[in-house]
Design a protein around this ligand. Structure first.
Ligand SMILES: Cc1ncc(COP(=O)(O)O)c(C=O)c1O
Length: 416
């Protein structure tokens, strides 16, 4: 008799943890937001300082961005009810693609309905069985899923270890297929930055193409705020750049930027691009509005404020004795400040207990448990925005201090 596939839903590897966490009301997932999310948000009946989002420049509540979303909604309606390929490409897609290409200095850009879809649609279309995709072990899940879909061989290398990358490329070179290196510019959970000086060099030496996922780099790093490639000054050496609208661009959607021939190939061949509905007009309008703010003089001020806030929170947490890792640095020693400040905890149960204590005191942070991070490396992921004031961050730090002083009385162990 064949197995009932529903049986596995009743005994999967996360079931015990999740049911215990539910029972003790410490489950950090699916908590209800009840207001617009800015530097603070109403969550399950109380206002809490929001240190758990990716709204890095605070643009989700910016009147110009709201206005651009409303204009698109009024002009094009609530949805396009179909794929971009057939009847879902709007004039704002063209404007968005052109302005992104101009800003990024890329020949062309293709907009997808999500960032996840952009990685899937690019990697799974470009790569084939017999090819090698060499990925940083801490890359985003969408990259690993894309490689699985492409059926190319996956060669992960130890996080940000250039020697291991070179070794993986040396092995891949012995085979006949093509080689693509894929790294996150800014790592989404760790907040550190890919060593793009080393990576671009190794890719050049070994003749591999390079794709950088700038989801958390755009609006965050570099003199123009265009990402990790901008910070390192190596944009011209990156073959393809991926970005999402769901972080600094205050919306939802994603894109791939690169040479015209590759973008056209994706436009015509990419199944995750073709066989899904176009993004809704309001999302596209918001992303275009946000892009225009980032490219204005005010954008650079927001970037400055974001970095100041990140340094302030990082220093405060570190002074209290939390395990906060050092920021990455450019080869000349300049620190690469990102808004993601992870507090390393270790065990899943400790992380959720600390998370709940902060939540009860009015501070919302994200928790990264396995499989978002390797087993035993649970962390509290805090992230700041340009819209946080010192008062918000001071409040959050005071609550972190309060939790720290009561760690002994909090039961951090998993109940038996
Ligand atoms: C590094 C990275 N790449 C890709 C994605 C996927 O983007 P989206 O959530 O916009 O689909 C995310 C966000 O979850 C991400 O953090």
């Amino acid at each position: 008799v064949s197995e009932d596939v529903f049986d596995r839903t009743r005994r999967h590897d996360r079931l015990e943890f999740v049911s215990l966490a539910r029972q003790h009301d410490v489950l950090p997932y699916f908590r209800r937001l009840e207001s617009i999310v800015g530097p603070t948000a109403e969550i399950e009946g109380s206002e809490r300082v929001m240190l758990g989002g990716n709204n890095y420049l605070g643009l989700t509540t910016d009147r110009r961005v709201l206005g651009a979303a409303r204009d698109a909604l009024d002009r094009y309606g609530t949805g396009v009810t179909g794929s971009r390929t057939l009847h879902g490409t709007l004039r704002i897609h063209d404007e968005l693609e052109q302005e992104l290409a101009e800003w990024l200095g890329a020949e062309e850009v293709l907009v997808f309905s999500t960032g996840y879809g952009a990685n899937l649609g690019c990697i799974a279309t470009l790569m084939r069985p017999g090819d090698n995709v060499i990925c940083d072990a801490a890359d985003h899940a969408s990259i690993f899923d894309a490689v699985a879909m492409s059926q190319a061989r996956m060669r992960p290398f130890r996080h940000n270890d250039i020697k291991r990358l070179d070794l993986a490329l040396e092995m891949a070179q012995r085979e006949e297929g093509g080689m693509l290196v894929v790294v996150d510019g800014v790592f989404s959970m760790e907040g550190d930055v890919a060593d793009l000086a080393g990576i671009t060099q190794v890719c050049r030496d070994r003749g591999a193409r390079l794709l950088v996922d700038e989801a958390h780099g755009i609006g965050v790093l570099g003199p123009r705020g265009a990402g990790a490639g901008d910070a390192y000054g190596v944009e011209g050496q990156i073959d393809l750049r991926m970005g999402t609208f769901s972080k600094s661009l205050a919306s939802c959607g994603g894109f791939i930027a690169g040479p015209a021939a590759v973008i056209d190939f994706l436009r015509l061949q990419s199944r995750p691009f073709m066989f899904t509905a176009s993004g809704v007009p309001a999302s596209l309008g918001a992303a275009l509005g946000a892009l225009r703010v980032i490219r204005s003089a005010e954008g650079l001020q927001l970037l400055g404020r974001l970095r100041d806030n990140a340094m302030y929170l990082r220093a405060g947490l570190s002074d209290q004795g939390w395990n906060v890792s050092e920021p990455s640095a450019l080869p000349d020693g300049t620190a690469l400040i990102t808004p993601i400040i992870p507090v390393l905890v270790g065990k899943d149960w400790e992380a959720v207990r600390l998370w709940k204590a902060l939540f009860d005191l009015g501070v919302y942070v994200n928790v990264a448990l396995y499989p978002a991070v390797p087993r035993g490396q649970a962390l509290l992921r805090t992230s700041v925005t340009a819209a946080h004031t010192r008062e918000h961050l001071g409040r959050a730090l005071a609550e972190f201090a309060a939790v720290r002083s009561t760690v002994e009385t909090l039961s951090l162990k998993a109940p038996t």
